[in-house]
Design a protein. Structure first.
Length: 263
């Protein structure tokens, strides 16, 4: 589980690192991994670092009387016609209403108390019917719509957005960005995924503690594509060094279509 405080966070010790270093690090290991033989060890790439954030990924917060509470999960902005759509893990939305304003806020690029791209209220929650009925780990993903009261500018115009990757190769090199709930900066790590089962992928990198549920698995350079979110098996994993994600298949595509249809 990555969305409660049930697991100890003693292993979450971090180094604060400038964004310029992180980007250079990511570019270096991406090129190195791309050039390496498929059988080469990727152990050198599985060390997470903290950084100052990226616009299209942020933290989900509880809210009360218009004030931010604690952040508890991670979400990312995904391309949509209305420009108002986020992607996270369905289990992050347990206990929240999907028909009324749920009392959740999204802060893209959140960094040590700063909200450089504003605070956005979650207005709707969309989960798959299989998740709603049985909490099927293969459908552990959710779309959220967001807005800012009194403003018509969609979040995608402010932060940019990730492309949604359905029907992508099940394994490959990914970068994962998430917000551990014991700290106020995101972490980033890069490694190759493997298959736990035909419907679940595995990502090995230490430090993905509570709060990182919903963290996007990102591929590509420039216009990035999200091919998974931390969730699925064990609701993302019972150990900080191993994370899981449901493979994006037909149910994900159908959920996206219904989410953008209702807007």
């Amino acid at each position: 589980m990555r969305w409660t405080s049930r697991r100890g966070l003693a292993r979450a010790a971090w180094i604060t690192t400038p964004l310029s270093f992180v980007l250079a690090f990511a570019a270096t290991v991406w090129l190195a991994a791309s050039a390496a033989p498929a059988t080469a060890s990727l152990s050198a790439l599985d060390t997470p670092v903290s950084f100052s954030g990226t616009p299209a990924v942020g933290a989900l917060f509880t809210t009360s009387d218009g004030q931010l509470g604690k952040h508890f999960c991670t979400a990312s902005v995904v391309n949509s016609p209305a420009g108002n759509l986020l992607l996270t893990a369905a289990h992050c939305m347990k206990g929240y209403s999907d028909t009324t304003s749920p009392g959740i806020a999204f802060v893209p690029g959140y960094d040590n108390g700063a909200a450089p791209f504003g605070i956005w209220q979650v207005t709707r929650i969309f989960t798959d019917t299989s998740w709603a009925a049985t909490a099927d780990p293969d459908d552990d993903f959710a779309f959220l719509t967001v807005a800012q009261p009194g403003r018509s500018t969609p979040i995608q115009n402010v932060t940019g957005a990730e492309n949604l990757g359905t029907g992508q190769p099940a394994t490959g090199l990914v970068r994962v960005i998430g917000y551990p709930d014991a700290q106020n900066q995101p972490v980033i790590c890069q490694n190759s995924t493997s298959m736990r089962s035909p419907t679940q992928t595995r990502f090995d990198c230490d430090g993905y503690t509570n709060g990182t549920s919903g963290s996007p698995f990102l591929t590509g350079a420039g216009d990035q594509t999200v091919v998974g979110v931390i969730g699925g098996y064990q609701q993302g994993g019972d150990s900080p060094d191993v994370s899981y994600a449901a493979v994006f298949g037909p149910n994900m595509h159908a959920l996206y279509d219904s989410s953008i249809a209702e807007r």
